[in-house]
Design a protein around this ligand. Structure first.
Ligand SMILES: [Zn+2]
Length: 316
C-alpha cells in the first residue's frame, strides 16, 4: 500500500509520575498537536493500540515484576525506582504502550503499512527483566521484538536505538541472542552507565550487540558519520527481516537531559538512511517506537521530520 502508520491513544496521557517530571503527558500532546496542524496527519493511517497480553509481557519480564507493577500503587507506592513515579493508571497505560509495538508489528508484517510510528509513553528501553528504571515500566521495543520472533518466526530482527541514553534493558534482553541485533548510539559516559563499545554480546549473541558511545557535544556531522561508517554497514551485513527503532529524541541539541547536538534535520537524515536500508532488506518494514525527548518543541519537530521522511520514502 505504501502508507505510513501512526499509533496513539489519549490514554497515554493518564500515566502521571510527579509534578515537574520531564517525562510528562505534554510530550505527546505536543507531538499530536504539531502533527494535526500539518498536512502529515491526514497522510498517515491511524491505528488504535490494544493492551498487550500478559503472555507477551512475560517474554521480557518476570511474572513477579509484572505483579509488582500491577499492585504497587494500591499498596501505597508512588514510585518504582528513584526516577520512575507511578499513579493509579500507570500499569494499564504501560500495557497499552507495549501493545502499540505489537499492533505495529502486525501492521507491517501483514503489509497494511510499510512503516509505523508508535507515539507512546511511558518509554521502555531502560526497563530490565525484573525492575523498572529511568522512566520505563515495560520494555516496549523488546516486547515487540519477542512478539515478532515468536508470532512471525522472524530470525533476524534489528533494533536500532538512537535515544541519547543507552538502552540497558534492551541490550540485556537480547545480548545472548544472535537473532536480534541491538545497535545503540548514546552519550557516554552517561546514565545508565552501560553501553561501552566493548559490550558486544555474550555467548551465541557475541557480535550481535553494537554500542557506539559518543562524547557530549557530538553534532550532526559526527553523528551521521557513525551511521554511514558503522550503523548502515552493520545493518547491510545482518540483512534484517524487520527493523525496530527505539526512537528517542533527547539526542537533540535542545534537550534538557542530554548533551548531544543532533539537529532536527539530523533526524531527517538518519531516518532516510535507515528507511533506505529497510527497503534494501525487508520491503521497508520499520516499527519505530518513541523513547525519550524532553524539549517539547525539539521533540515534536523531530518526530515530524522522522515521519515526513518515512512518508516520502514509501512514495518512491
Ligand atoms: Zn533517553
Amino acid at each position: 500500500m505504501g502508507i505510513t502508520g501512526f499509533i496513539y491513544d489519549p490514554f497515554y496521557l493518564e500515566h502521571l509520575g510527579w509534578r515537574f517530571h520531564p517525562e510528562r503527558p505534554d510530550r505527546l500532546n505536543s507531538v499530536v498537536e504539531h502533527m494535526k496542524e500539518s498536512s502529515l496527519w491526514d497522510k498517515l493511517l491511524h491505528f488504535s493500540p490494544i493492551p498487550a497480553d500478559i503472555k507477551w509481557i512475560e517474554t521480557v519480564h518476570t511474572p513477579t515484576y509484572i505483579q509488582t507493577v500491577k499492585n504497587a500503587f494500591q499498596q501505597g507506592r508512588t514510585q518504582l525506582d528513584p526516577d520512575t513515579g507511578i499513579c493509579e493508571s500507570s500499569y494499564d497505560v504501560a500495557l497499552l504502550a507495549a501493545g502499540a509495538g505489537i499492533v505495529g508489528v502486525d501492521a507491517v508484517m501483514n503489509e497494511e503499512v510499510e512503516h509505523v510510528f508508535c507515539a507512546v509513553r511511558p518509554p521502555g528501553h531502560h526497563a530490565e527483566r525484573d525492575r523498572a528504571m529511568g522512566f520505563c515500566l515495560f520494555n516496549n521495543i523488546a516486547i515487540a521484538a519477542r512478539y515478532a520472533q515468536i508470532h512471525y518466526h522472524l530470525e533476524r530482527i534489528l533494533i536500532l536505538d538512537w535515544d541519547a541514553h543507552h538502552g540497558n534493558g534492551t541490550q540485556h534482553a537480547f545480548e545472548e541472542d544472535s537473532s536480534v541485533f541491538y545497535i545503540s548510539l548514546h552519550q557516554w559516559p552517561f546514565y545508565p552507565g552501560t553501553g561501552s563499545s566493548v559490550e558486544r554480546g555474550i555467548g551465541a549473541g557475541k557480535g550481535y550487540t553494537m554500542n557506539i558511545p559518543l562524547p557530549p557535544g557530538t553534532g550532526d556531522r559526527e553523528y551521521l558519520q557513525c551511521f554511514t561508517d558503522e550503523v548502515i554497514p552493520a545493518i547491510d551485513q545482518f540483512h534484517p527481516e524487520l527493523i525496530l527503532i527505539s526512537a528517542g529524541f533527547d539526542t537533540h541539541a535542545d534537550d534538557p537531559l542530554a548533551m548531544l547536538d543532533v539537529s532536527t534535520d539530523g533526524f531527517a537524515q538518519i531516518s532516510r538512511l535507515v528507511a533506505d536500508a529497510a527497503y534494501r532488506h525487508c520491503l521497508g518494514k520499520i516499527v519505530s517506537v518513541l523513547e525519550g525527548g524532553y524539549n517539547l518543541n525539539a521533540l515534536s519537530e523531530s518526530v515530524m521530520q522522522h515521519l515526513h521522511v518515512l512518508c516520502e520514502s514509501n512514495m518512491e
